[in-house]
Write a new protein. Structure first.
Length: 188
């Protein structure tokens, strides 16, 4: 299974809504396997198909639960419900996140504390996930990718301006930019 190149901020596939998966084929199964390998190599806690240049509504995730047990899976054609956001500014220590499509940076972002995600897995079986905390953050972050939204698009004005300066300095605002986990140096 190959590690796939991860698309960076300016790539058009990251800014367009992804299409539903109409059939789970061997090609979809290979894509998901490659996405797991790419996510692990990056390393990341989630990866959406648009991040590897495929405009389909699929994402994979991995994390450890509160007991240190692995929590890992894929969701095809997810739907997301979330508790309303708590008012106020995000706590930079507890609510910062990063993204493999804007690598090496972290910014504070308020997310819902609890979500419910439904969809299917690779076997076509229904999936229902109700999570809170960091796992809820992962679900919201990856779901956003399927709607063409990067987390930097949700930042406050000051942090958004900072991301634009970083992207310009690193040349990330152009279509087609990507990096290979485990190969490319991102300290450009």
């Amino acid at each position: 299974m190959p590690v796939l190149p991860i698309r960076i901020m300016g790539d058009p596939v990251l800014h367009a809504p992804a299409e539903p998966v109409t059939e789970i084929t061997d090609e979809i199964r290979r894509l998901v396997a490659d996405m797991y390998e790419t996510m692990d190599a990056a390393p990341g806690v989630g990866l959406a198909a648009p991040q590897v240049g495929v405009g389909l509504r699929i994402y994979v995730y991995t994390y450890q639960d509160d007991d240190g047990e692995p929590w890992r899976g894929e969701i095809i054609n997810p739907e997301l419900w979330m508790r309303p956001l708590e008012p106020g500014s995000p706590d930079p220590d507890d609510e910062s996140e990063g993204c493999l499509s804007f690598p090496g940076e972290r910014f504070p972002l308020r997310r819902s504390e609890e979500v419910l995600v439904t969809g299917t897995d690779l076997a076509g079986s229904p999936v229902e996930i109700r999570v809170d905390g960091w796992r809820a953050r992962i679900m919201q972050h990856e779901f956003d990718h399927l709607d063409g939204i990067l987390y930097v698009d949700r930042l406050d004005d000051s942090d958004w301006k900072t991301t634009q300066k970083i992207a310009k300095k690193r040349g990330w605002g152009r279509p087609g930019n990507a990096w290979m986990p485990g190969v490319d140096d991102l300290d450009a």
